[in-house]
Design a protein around this ligand. Structure first.
Ligand code: PHE
Length: 450
């Protein structure tokens, strides 16, 4: 395999490498998407499938992306080209670019809501006196043209960070704020557990009703595992290209998956007791969390302060994720198309902004535009998370399992022989067979073939 000799910036410490990949993984996917997916797919049954996919497919594919990224020190195209030289397969890197632009589009809408909630509650404009009031405010904030404006504002913040190259600054900020977010989530968990009717919510999340496992639940859980771990679009390949030679790939993958799943479960423990306590439908869909949270804040002392803090932290968590998604198209345009960083950021922002505006409008003026009962926002989310990301992950798993030479694999997982990694044969077996087959079977199942 041709290894890149190009000088690339590296993460200064192992902690920085871990913090950045966790920063990319932890975001709205855990706190916003996980509860709504679990809510629409039967709670406990979904959680079991999701965790199984994280362990059986997520961790091995994460290892594969890390390995490919660090071995080639390249963007997604360069990485595939180096691993499978001469074959046209690397063109599949375009799937990663398309996925990243689509994800940015709908992600920015939700991140825009987060920002708006944060500013509104900072200015004391949110009234937390009663749940009814909270619901009314939620409707005003998430419908009509307002989401369009906040989507644009969020995308501009994202572009600013990418342009100013203050990614390092953002990393530093997230190193401090992410632990704070974790503590805040723990506090909210305790509060939710004391709500009347909390047990119903906890049972919904943790007691699986296996009869609810269907092809939809399996596909949803697979998509959630990929989305939440930022897998299947080259994001972790790009990040791992900045890992230093001493970063332990398997350990970092395991830790990322562990922390990421822990945050998702915490979010579930916060949301579901409140869902049942306040009589919100668990099936509310993408707006679930934004409907439930105002209810929670309304029964806390100084609800406004808690909500400002919470939405601020959520905004920071979102931006560390969108920066990582944007890096895929930006590094591609810079390294493959030889554009300047400014031009690359501009192009990627304009394209995802166009998609973002459409997604934002699907909660307002374009509400009635649906295909198979899904609005534009849902379609972007469904197609990327449930189809494109698993296909991208399957491809990476196959490339690393079959095409990457054993020597490179060994060098990567043992850090050039300096550490032991006894699980390499098992990992390779998973990458060659188990992960691609499992993804393929879930697909066959979801189109009704098995
Ligand atoms: N994993 C991120 C989250 O949970 C979203 C994301 C998806 C980021 C894909 C990068 C790539 O919020």
């Amino acid at each position: 395999m041709k290894e890149s000799t190009k000088q690339r910036a590296l993460f200064a410490t192992k902690f920085a490498a871990i913090a950045s990949t966790v920063g990319s993984a932890v975001g709205l996917g855990n706190i916003w998407r996980f509860p709504y997916e679990a809510g629409t797919h039967g709670g406990g049954a979904f959680l079991i499938c999701y965790l199984a996919f994280v362990i059986l497919i997520g961790v091995p594919v994460l290892c594969a992306e890390y390995c490919l990224g660090r071995a080639t020190r390249s963007n997604i195209f360069g990485a595939y080209r180096a691993a499978i030289s001469g074959r046209l397969l690397h063109k599949l890197g375009y799937l990663g670019i398309i996925s990243s632009l689509l994800i940015l589009s709908f992600y920015a809408v939700v991140a825009g809501w987060t920002l708006e909630y944060c500013i509104e509650s900072l200015m004391g404009k949110l009234d937390f006196s009663n749940p009814e009031e909270g619901h009314q405010q939620y409707l005003t904030l998430t419908t009509g043209w307002r989401p369009v404006i906040w989507t644009v504002i969020f995308m501009l913040c994202n572009a600013f960070i990418l342009l100013k190259g203050v990614t390092k600054g953002i990393e530093r900020v997230s190193n401090i704020f992410m632990p704070v977010l974790f503590v805040l989530l723990l506090l909210f968990c305790i509060n939710s557990l004391t709500l009347p009717g909390a047990k119903e919510g906890i049972d919904f999340l943790f007691v699986p009703d296996f009869s609810k496992i269907s092809s939809k639940v399996l596909l949803g859980a697979l998509g959630q595992a990929f989305f939440s771990l930022s897998l299947g679009l080259g994001c972790m390949i790009t990040y791992a290209s900045y890992f230093s030679d001493s970063t332990k790939l398997a350990g970092t993958a395991l830790l990322t998956a562990l922390l990421d799943s822990a945050v998702a479960i915490l979010a579930g423990i916060i949301i579901f007791p409140a869902v049942f306590s306040f009589g919100v439908s668990p099936q509310a869909g993408p707006t679930l969390v934004f409907e439930v949270l105002p209810n929670i804040f309304s029964q806390l002392t100084a609800g406004g302060v808690w909500s400002t803090l919470f939405f601020l932290l959520l905004f920071i968590a979102s931006i560390t994720s969108t920066v990582s998604v944007s890096e895929i198209s930006v590094t591609y345009l810079c390294e493959e198309r030889k554009l300047t960083r400014t031009k690359a950021v501009l192009i990627s922002t304009v394209i995802s902004l166009a998609g973002g505006v459409l997604c934002a409008m699907s909660f307002g003026p374009l509400r009635d535009f649906t295909i198979c009962d899904r609005n534009i926002f849902d379609i972007f989310d469904y197609v990327t998370s449930n189809i494109f990301l698993p296909i991208g992950g399957m491809l990476c798993s196959l490339v690393v399992g079959w095409a990457l030479d054993r020597k490179t694999l060994k060098t990567q997982f043992t850090n050039n022989g300096s550490i032991r990694f006894r699980f390499l044969p098992i990992l390779v077996f998973f990458l060659k067979w188990i992960c691609p087959a499992a993804i393929f079977l879930v697909f066959l199942d979801s189109i009704g073939i098995i």
